[in-house]
Design a protein around this ligand. Structure first.
Ligand code: F6P
Length: 352
């Protein structure tokens, strides 16, 4: 059996741990040959590959990023580098020429959308969910999320010391796109006093009033805001990348909130964009375990010939779902999520 592995979309802590687990499981349990496809689906167009074996994956468990490289702008069905041409047939030809019996695609919704289209063309593909945003459908937790939350928590701990010492309002802006998972769990773990999510409406006057009350009681306020919060009715967009499957690069809502609060408060207000720091570095122990479970399950799906499916964590069981059920969809924080009641119950302002 010859199996290809690729990583697509943004990098994420735990990608290497999945590559390692898929490879080791396939080599140990099936004597398979494994080939890494470089830079996501682009590698199927450029034919850039590398052999993966027990030695090649040594030391990968704790390494951040992806040794295979990745790409979040290459879609063989609409190749921007070739004027939007459909080069999927060329990618399928590469699969045949390499003699791949299966492809394991590790990535987020963009990668799953592309994988689903290849699956429809007859490519035996298995998906593994990756995203620090934790926003893939039918999957309770993606690896990388816990690592990102840990970074947000540490950042808030650090911002809190300045907030307390200077009696300031300190704002941390997190990633997460249109889902508030990172802001919510990071905000809780870092002890934020106000947590603002894309899923909930935000009234800036109400946030300002909360900060005034806190100034009188505690003297300072720590705010955690997700990058996808439509603060004044619209998203704050840093960049527009037409050729990307996800063309809007969000960022800057924290600064906007800083300005709006500064106009309303006598307290000093500062903001920090946590950005790609949340995506970098070594995965947490939780993410290393989850990535290993996902990788092992992907290898089982390949061995059983269960293609067109994505590995998924559901109620702490590793299962799988049709990739088509995941493609083009995203999982936001439900308004009745128990964590919202929990934080409100301890006096944290969540939305307004
Ligand atoms: O999907 C993960 C994510 O980190 C988002 O939270 C963020 O908006 C986006 O990627 C940033 O992507 P890029 O690295 O292309 O700026």
């Amino acid at each position: 059996m010859h199996v290809g592995i690729l990583t697509g979309g943004g990098d994420c802590p735990g990608l290497n741990a999945v590559i390692r687990a898929v490879t080791l499981a396939l080599v140990n349990e099936a004597g398979a040959r494994v080939t890494g496809i470089e830079r996501g689906f682009e590698g199927l167009l450029t034919r850039r590959t590398r052999p993966l074996d027990v030695h090649a994956v040594e030391g990968l468990l704790a390494q951040g990023g992806t040794v295979l490289g990745t790409h979040n702008r290459c879609n063989p069905f609409h190749d921007a580098a070739a004027g939007g041409a459909d080069r999927s047939a060329q990618a399928m030809a590469t699969v045949r020429e390499l003699g791949l019996d299966a492809l394991v695609a590790i990535g987020g919704d963009g990668t799953m959308t592309i994988a689903n289209r290849f699956s429809a063309l007859g490519l035996p593909v298995v998906g593994v969910p990756k995203t620090i945003d934790n926003d893939l459908m039918h999957n309770d937790r993606s690896f990388g999320f816990d690592s990102a939350v840990a970074v947000v928590a540490e950042a808030l701990d650090r911002l809190e010391t300045t907030a307390r010492s200077h009696r300031r309002v300190m704002i941390a802006e997190t990633m997460g796109r249109y889902a508030g998972w990172i802001a919510l769990e990071g905000g809780i773990a870092g002890g934020a006093d106000v947590i603002l999510l894309p899923e909930l409406p935000v009234d800036i006057d109400a946030v300002a009033e909360h900060c005034r009350e806190r100034e009188r009681s505690q003297g300072y306020t720590l705010i955690c805001i997700g990058e996808g919060v439509p603060l004044q009715g619209g998203l704050v967009v840093r960049e527009h990348i037409a050729e990307s499957p996800d063309p809007l690069r969000l960022g800057g809502v924290g600064v906007l909130l800083q300005h709006e609060l500064s106009r309303r408060l006598s307290t000093e207000v500062r903001s920090t964009v946590l950005g790609h720091v949340q995506r970098g570095g070594s995965p947490t122990a939780f993410d290393r375990v989850l990535a290993t479970r996902f990788g092992y399950q992907a290898a089982q799906l390949v061995r059983r010939g269960e293609f067109g499916r994505m590995v998924a964590l559901q109620c702490d069981r590793i299962d799988s779902v049709p990739i088509g059920d995941v493609a083009d969809r995203s999982r936001t924080v439900p308004l009745d999520h128990p964590l919202l009641a929990t934080v409100r119950g301890i006096g944290v302002m969540v939305g307004t």
